[in-house]
Design a binder for this molecule. Structure first.
Ligand code: 2HG
Ligand code: ZN
Length: 454
């Protein structure tokens, strides 16, 4: 049956080679084995429509594939699905300065959109460590967050219009760049974060921001976990922050070893906060830093003196994920409201100390927007399956603590395969029922990324 794909696509746009299946059949999640039956590379919206209609009438499951930098298995094809790669739909077009809007095909790499915006004297402010590989379609399908959410929000906030091919093969043009549009349901937002389960995003109108003023980065040493929140509120009371990240010393040790970097402060401290702010707020930032030292929350800090140094300090945070990857980390990506963070931190810290006494635990994340990344590292001698099984036993306890604060069990990494069984900790049965109903309407044949999210 898959031979029909050769008729739907031009030569060279379908592959069944084993290496290609392994490459395009998975994302950065390491827990699953890729097993797609083919990979296709559409070059136009009409090819996507033809594919979806063909797949619907033959009951063939499709898995959308962007930069495959996801960490929840949303882009994993492990059941003979056809992978739909957007690598060849990567054009940026139709820049509209008056609206500060630009049209991107789904496969535009995030860094290319950022570069395009800079060339126009503007910026695309959503940013994360994987921006060199991740694609706009995938960012929208997972509502990607990253390191600047505290100031600029999530991907959702920059999506002004979407073109989607629904699971029944219809083209939906959602919102088309308008700021004001009070004509009923905003379907655009339904597709943001839908992980390809309702339709495939083929094109997006992205809003651009004004170029930011020059920035400064400060890394502060904070001996006690809870005091990071004191530093956050002191900073936010007087400064507009572009980022407020944190990492534990265990995470720093891994990055220093992996990238051969120096410790940012003269002595090692249990936790670090990395803040970024406008250069013209330097005096204010220094005053807050002094207040934090006087209050006993902070023991030392380093301030970037150039963009190069700012980039080096950012590496300490941004390279954590890649530095711990060789340790087969079990990832938690959880969030609560900032106001609930102090009690939540205590609860999770106690739980982790009790449940994972013999495992190395790496804390880091975007604490300024309420998002913690809690990575449990596999002891070298432990079998991977046994390690995952143990973490799966403990996860419900972590998620219970999240649920008690009405938090999210997946703040920015999506649900995919990895978190699907835990969705009920963050979404009520009634909500999940509505989600299933929507899936039935938009994906009547159940072919759009089946088995993910719901
Ligand atoms: C980050 O913030 C990414 O670095 C990855 O969201 C987080 O590796 C992780 O758990
Ligand atoms: Zn993150």
């Amino acid at each position: 049956m898959l031979e029909a794909l050769d008729e739907l696509f031009s030569p060279g746009c379908v592959t069944r080679a084993a290496d290609d299946l392994a490459h395009w059949g998975r994302d950065w999640t390491t827990a699953y084995k890729a097993a797609p039956s083919a990979v296709v590379f559409p070059k136009s919206i009409h090819e996507v429509v033809a594919l979806v209609r063909w797949a619907g009438s033959h009951g063939v499951a499709l898995v959308p594939s962007g930069g495959r930098t996801g960490l929840s298995g949303g882009a994993v094809a492990n059941h003979g699905e056809v992978v739909v790669s957007f690598d060849r739909m990567n054009a940026i077009s139709d820049f509209r300065p008056a609206d500060r809007l630009v049209t991107c095909q789904a496969g535009v790499v995030t860094a290319n959109l950022q570069g395009f915006a800079t060339e126009q004297g503007l910026s695309y402010p959503v940013d994360f460590a994987s921006s060199g590989s991740s694609q706009i379609g995938g960012n929208i399908a997972t509502n990607a967050g990253g390191i600047k959410v505290i100031r600029y929000g999530l991907t959702r906030d920059w999506v002004a219009g979407l073109t989607v091919v629904s699971g029944s093969g219809e083209i939906l043009e959602c919102n088309q760049g308008l700021i004001k549009n009070a004509t009923g349901y905003d379907l655009r937002h339904l597709f943001v974060g839908s992980e390809g389960t309702l339709g495939f995003i083929v094109e997006a109108q992205m809003r651009l921001a004004l170029a930011p003023p020059p920035q400064r980065v400060m890394v502060l040493g904070v001996p006690r976990f809870a005091d990071i929140l004191e530093v956050l509120s002191a900073m936010q009371a007087r400064l507009v922050l572009s980022a407020f990240e944190f990492f534990a010393d265990q995470a720093l040790a891994k990055v220093m070893a992996h990238r051969d970097l120096q410790s940012p402060l003269s002595a090692r401290v249990a936790f670090y906060a990395l803040i970024e702010f406008d250069d013209d707020a330097l005096e204010e930032a220094t005053a807050v830093f002094e207040h934090c030292v006087a209050s006993g929350w902070v023991v030392d800090a380093v301030l970037s003196q150039s963009d190069t140094q700012a980039g080096q300090l950012w590496q300490l945070r941004e390279a954590i994920s890649e530095s711990i990857a060789p340790f087969t980390p079990y990832k938690n990506d959880i969030s609560v409201c900032i106001g609930d963070m102090p009690g939540f931190l205590d609860a999770v810290e106690m739980l982790v100390a009790r449940e994972y006494p013999d495992f190395e635990v790496c804390w880091y994340g975007h604490i300024g927007d309420g998002n913690l990344h809690l990575n449990i590292l596999k002891p070298e001698s432990m079998d991977t399956q046994a390690f995952y099984a143990r973490c799966h036993e403990i996860s419900p306890k972590v998620f219970q603590a999240v649920a008690e604060k009405n938090g999210s069990i997946s703040a920015e990494h999506g649900v995919g395969l990895l978190k699907r069984d835990f969705l009920g900790f963050s979404r009520s049965p009634a909500e999940i029922g509505v989600m299933r109903g929507l899936k039935g309407v938009l994906d009547p044949h159940g072919i759009m990324n089946p088995g993910k999210l719901l």
